[in-house]
Design a protein. Structure first.
Ligand code: PHE
Length: 453
């Protein structure tokens, strides 16, 4: 049943496709609220260090594994070592949990887009649209409909196989998104009172250096770079042998991190200038609370808001199709299901987890799992527990089971020198596994109230 593997025609094609998967809600919605929640500058500093070490090394390892074996996640591990098939399975569980709630947030983006098309920006800011929409226990249907619409769009694109078309369109839209985010960031940073926010954003505070901050930064880097869930293994399997893995990896890391940093700069200073610093704690709703205030005060705010949400929507769709497609191919591989059945199973999983996530902010708000609402719980279990485990296993696999040489020779197979080879080996063999275990244990103990740091 397996199709012959096609490959990206150029390195640029590979970088753009991988960047399309990487840049998404993670950069624009998730990164800023984590910065706000975990202490501004310290989070940023740790995040950058994590991208330069773990992010870079893991991406090299995943792309290398994919290109070496020509297989997607589960099979790539098995092909190199039969005993390690479970490693791939852990990678595979992560996107199954993320895809549904990603579509719920995608639905929020669509709702806001529609709201700006139909309603003046001032009205949206004054009515507190987000609370009355997503957190409204009395009217749970609307967020569900927007979630279904976003999921539907994702499914249609995957079914009729126009991912390529979407990726081509987003090639033009992504630079526009960058321009727009830069514009909004400049605007926000020049608002009266924004200085406090810029300071908060850029100045690390030693008191925020806690295991939980490191865990949050680390898992956000994995989420944002689409790591620890087998996606980059699949992308790597489509990469041509003469393309440079190292250069591509640096470019994807730089582009993705640049957009995240800019998005934070468009949101955090505005919290200080327009909202109140307590808003920093608002978690997943931060972007949807702050940006309406920004747009309401801005010249041509409504027009800019429409453009902004269109672009965020495209960024989100290029990520959601890669997430959805990964789940579909996992089910095909694992259950030996036909593609059509596998799509149906994926839709069902999305409906169950997605509906719970959406209702968890409405009528089911009192039903929590370990003290968290459903969406937060799914986000926690996939990002803060499973992803570090998947990353740990990949480090052990590459560092100790097949040995870093296997990947180094793949990186150098195009006859270019692997310039950051030493860093790669140290991170994959020693720093990665040790730090991940320490951080994971400390954070779990902390979450259980057994450790206060
Ligand atoms: N990296 C994407 C984002 O930042 C999310 C994603 C994760 C997409 C994994 C595909 C795979 O939004």
């Amino acid at each position: 049943m397996e199709k012959a593997r096609s490959s990206f025609s150029s390195r640029l094609g590979f970088v753009l496709a991988a960047a399309g998967s990487a840049v998404g809600l993670g950069n624009i919605w998730r990164f800023p609220y984590l910065v706000a929640k975990y202490g501004g500058g310290m989070f940023i500093l740790i995040y950058i260090i994590v991208v330069l070490t773990f992010g870079f090394s893991l991406m090299i390892a995943e792309i290398g594994l994919g290109r070496k074996t020509g297989q997607s996640a589960i099979k790539a591990y098995t092909k190199l070592d039969k005993k390690c098939s479970a490693f791939g399975v852990i990678n595979a569980i992560v996107p199954i949990i993320i895809t549904p709630y990603y579509c719920v947030i995608g639905g929020w983006v669509l709702k806001f887009l529609w709201a700006y098309i139909t309603t003046p920006a001032k009205v949206i800011a004054d009515t507190g649209l987000f609370a009355s929409f997503a957190f409204n226990a009395a009217e749970p249907v609307e967020p569900i409909l927007w979630f279904l619409l976003f999921l539907g769009i994702t499914v249609v694109i995957v079914c009729i196989g126009v991912e390529k078309g979407i990726e081509n369109v987003s090639k033009f839209l992504m630079p526009l998104l960058v321009v727009l985010v830069v514009g909004v960031a400049i605007y926000c940073c020049t608002l009266p009172g924004a200085n406090e926010g810029i300071k908060y954003y850029l100045k690390p505070n030693m008191n925020d250096l806690k295991p939980i901050t490191v865990l949050a930064a680390m898992t956000q880097a994995f989420f944002s770079l689409s790591l620890a869930m087998g996606i980059m293994i699949t992308y790597g399997s489509y990469m041509k042998k003469d393309n440079s893995i190292e250069k591509s990896t640096w470019q994807i890391c730089a582009f993705d991190t640049g957009i995240a940093l800019l998005a934070g700069l468009a949101i955090i200073p505005a919290v200080f200038a327009l909202g109140s610093p307590e808003t920093l704690k608002s978690g997943p709703s931060l972007m949807f609370i702050i940006l309406p205030q920004v747009f309401a005060n801005m010249a041509m705010g409504r027009f800019i808001a429409i453009l902004f949400f269109i672009l965020v929507f495209f960024a989100a769709v290029t990520s959601s199709i890669s997430l959805f497609e990964t789940v579909v191919s996992i089910i095909i591989d694992q259950l030996k299901a036909k593609r059509q059945n596998s799509i149906i199973i994926t839709i069902l999983i999305c409906l169950i987890i997605g509906l719970l996530s959406s209702l968890g902010y409405g009528p089911l708000e009192n039903m929590t799992v370990i003290g968290m609402q459903f969406l937060d719980f799914f986000d926690f279990i996939s990002n803060s527990v499973l992803m570090p485990i998947a990353a740990f296993l990949t480090c052990v696999f590459v560092g100790w089971i097949i040995g870093p040489k296997a990947i180094i020779s793949e990186v150098e197979s195009n006859k270019e020198k692997f310039s950051w080879k030493k860093l790669f080996v140290i991170v994959i063999k020693y720093v990665g596994p040790i730090v991940i275990v320490l951080i994971l244990v400390a954070s779990i103990l902390q979450a259980m109230g057994k450790l206060s740091i």
